[in-house]
Structure formats: structure tokens, C-alpha cells
Design a protein around this ligand. Structure first.
Ligand code: UDP
Ligand code: MG
Length: 317
């Protein structure tokens, strides 16, 4: 099969028929063999009934997965990726903001230009300005710096993947914002970008509020930490812990030594315990030890993880 189109959706009943027809039209015009995988992320409206109707009218090219409750976009993508059978996998939002007309070119970029992943770039956005555009620019800038991937729009719903890519990465939590980062970490280097048309939401409302930026930022920190130190937490905690322990210990010893020196030479001195520096040194020592122990615990956990020897072998002779 040429293309699997994975579409996570939550309460998008009005958009679905239009979207499915449009995709089918584009696929038939280009003579692609395709499947549309609709993942109903626990919708409370009639989305699932609409999917069932589509299945009976359009046939096997429509596949549906229905969650018992709302797990979030990442969970929906994860299940969609597991089910996908196509050589190229396209993800898109169900709200008609992404245009299916972009699919043939995305497909061509993967098959002919050899990209592993092509991300859409909503150069001109049709969302309410303040709450999305400005924070999102800032956010993409930070992600670009930290990950070293030159994309303008990490969170664009419209993306195309070589099937190997989605079978090697695991989207979880709210990591759907960082799939390109996950792909890069799995060793897929050829990541491209294509400007795509973006349209205003026709039906329904957006499912993410301002909280996306706070959560997104925390996820970015997590993902960077895990990539760098996930398999060797001691290298992170151990270094900081040791530095703090030595620093605090050094200061404490110096304070005590100075007191002994003053006593021996009959110089007037300040009590060690009446100096703020002493307390700072104590706290530093304690935090240092705690960080060190955290490192040990981290090592124990990663040693027991069944992911500890998970590698993706590309080829073998
Ligand atoms: N979505 C989902 N589960 C959720 C929230 C959203 O599957 O818990 C889907 C939603 O139906 C849409 C896509 O994710 O197809 C993007 O959501 P939305 O359009 O609300 O995001 P925005 O375009 O505002 O970034
Ligand atoms: Mg949308």
C-alpha cells in the first residue's frame, strides 16, 4: 500500500464526511492505493457513528479505532501508527485546517527526494492571533535551538513519514509536539519541511488552550534530558552532586580551619555557627548528597528498564 493517512479526532463529527471525501478524491486522482485510519479519541459527540457510516459507504479504505475515553492526541497517533500499513504515513488533523491537496507532494518528497520525515509549515496561519501565533514562534525558536532541527513549525498536524520512522518511535504523553525530535533521536536525519496551506477551522472548536505552552515547554525539557542522560542518569546527577558536595565540604573545612588557626594564634574570631556561609555550605553538602543518591536511583531504574538495550538496527550483512 502506498499511503496510510492517520487522523486523530476528538469531537469532529461535522468535519469527517467532507474530509474523507476530499482525501478519497485526491487519492483517486493520483492513483494511490491508500487507507484512512480514523482514531476516535473518546469523542462525546457522534463522531464514531459518522466513522461507521463512512466505512459502510466508502468501504475498506476507511479504518476506525475508537477509544473508550479521551486519552489525548499522542495516544491516538500511537495507535494509528501501530495500525498503519502504508509505505508512507501521513498524519493530519480532522478539523479541515490541513488540506489533503498537499498529500501528493509530501508523498513525492518522501519517495523521490529521500526524506525520512517532512513536516508541514503553516507559514500563514488562520488562528486567533495573540493566543497562538506569538507564543508558537517563541516556542518553535527554543525547540530549534535545543534540538538542532531546522523546522519552523514543529507542532503542525500535517506531516509525512517513511513507514520505518513511525515504527521506530514511540509517541506518548503529549510528545506529539516533538515527533521530529523523537525521529532525530532514533537516527533519522533527513528531516524536511514544506509550506502548507492552512485554513480557518470550519466546524467545532480548538481542543488545546494556553496550557499547551506550559506543558509543551516542560515536555521539551524532559525530552532533552531523556535523550542525553536517559540511559546514564548518574552522569548528570553524579557530576552536579559531586561538585556541590565538594564545594560545600570545602567551605565548611575552610571555616573550621580558620577558626582553629585563630585559636592557636590568639586572634579574635567569629563562631563558625554564627556565620551564614556555614549554613549555606551545609545545605550545599546535603543537596549534593541527595543529587548523588538520585543518580544511583536513576541508574537502578534504567538498569531494570526493558528499553535498556533497545536499538534500531538499520542493516546487517
Ligand atoms: N485531538 C485529539 N484528541 C484530543 C485533542 C485533539 O485527537 O484530546 C485532535 C483534534 O480532533 C484534531 C487534532 O487533534 O483533529 C488537532 O486539534 P486542534 O485542531 O484542536 O488543535 P489546533 O489546530 O488548535 O492546534
Ligand atoms: Mg486545528
Amino acid at each position: 500500500m502506498d499511503i496510510s493517512i492517520v487522523i486523530p479526532l476528538y469531537n469532529e463529527e461535522e468535519s469527517l464526511p467532507e474530509l474523507a471525501e476530499w482525501i478519497e478524491r485526491v487519492m483517486n486522482e493520483n492513483k494511490f492505493s491508500f487507507e484512512i485510519i480514523l482514531i476516535d479519541d473518546g469523542s462525546s459527540d457522534n463522531s464514531w457513528d459518522v466513522i461507521k457510516t463512512l466505512r459502510s459507504s466508502m468501504g475498506e479504505c476507511i479504518r476506525g479505532i475508537s477509544f473508550r475515553r479521551n486519552y489525548g492526541k499522542s495516544a491516538a497517533l500511537y495507535c494509528g501508527f501501530n495500525a498503519a500499513k502504508g509505505d508512507v504515513v501521513i498524519t493530519m488533523d480532522a478539523d479541515l485546517q490541513d488540506s489533503p491537496d498537499e498529500i501528493p507532494e509530501l508523498y513525492r518528497m518522501i519517495r523521490e527526494d529521500g526524506y525520512d520525515l517532512v513536516s508541514g509549515w503553516k507559514k500563514k496561519r488562520y488562528d486567533s492571533k495573540l493566543s497562538k501565533n506569538i507564543p508558537s514562534k517563541f516556542f518553535n525558536g527554543i525547540t530549534r535551538c535545543i534540538s538542532g532541527i531546522k523546522l519552523h513549525d514543529f507542532n503542525c498536524g500535517l506531516k509525512a513519514y517513511r513507514s520505518k520512522v513511525i515504527k521506530s518511535i514511540e509517541v506518548y504523553g503529549e510528545m506529539h509536539r516533538y515527533i521530529p525530535v523523537l525521529a532525530k533521536q532514533s537516527g533519522f536525519k533527513k528531516i524536511g519541511e514544506k509550506t502548507v496551506q492552512h485554513r480557518a477551522r470550519k466546524y467545532g472548536t480548538t481542543k488545546f488552550g494556553m496550557s499547551r505552552f506550559v506543558n509543551g515547554f516542560l515536555d521539551l525539557i524532559t525530552i532533552t534530558f531523556i535523550t542525553k542522560f536517559g540511559k546514564k542518569p548518574m552522569h548528570f546527577f553524579g557530576v552536579i552532586g559531586t561538585v556541590m558536595f565538594l564545594l560545600g565540604g570545602g567551605i565548611a573545612i575552610w571555616l573550621i580551619a580558620r577558626k582553629l588557626y585563630c585559636i592557636a594564634n590568639g586572634i579574635i574570631f567569629r563562631d563558625v555557627t554564627s556565620q551564614p556561609l556555614f549554613y549555606i555550605a551545609l545545605v550545599t553538602i546535603i543537596i549534593g548528597i541527595q543529587l548523588f543518591l538520585t543518580g544511583f536511583l536513576g541508574e537502578l531504574i534504567s538498569r531494570n528498564s526493558n528499553e535498556r538495550n533497545k536499538y534500531f538496527i538499520d542493516s546487517e550483512i
